[in-house]
Ligand binder design. Structure first.
Ligand SMILES: [Zn+2]
Length: 70
């Protein structure tokens, strides 16, 4: 059995500068969590977001997943 974790996506840090919070959210829930937070606390403004540093890695991951990298 292999268990190297290659296929696993780590929790994604979501930061909100207005609330000064940083929360780790499982990848499948990131979009909803961010949307809900902004809706509830910021009148729907896109204040909370995925940590930009992680966004880069995530883009790589997604690109790899979609086979966009050569
Ligand atoms: Zn907030």
């Amino acid at each position: 059995m292999t268990d190297d974790g290659d296929e696993e996506v780590p929790d994604i840090p979501v930061v909100c500068t207005a609330c000064d919070t940083r929360t780790a959210v499982p990848f499948p829930e990131v979009e909803e969590t961010v949307a809900r937070h902004n809706e509830r606390l910021h009148d729907g403004e896109a204040v909370a977001e995925v940590d930009p540093a992680v966004m880069d890695q995530l883009a790589d991951f997604v690109a790899e997943d979609l086979g966009l990298l050569e």
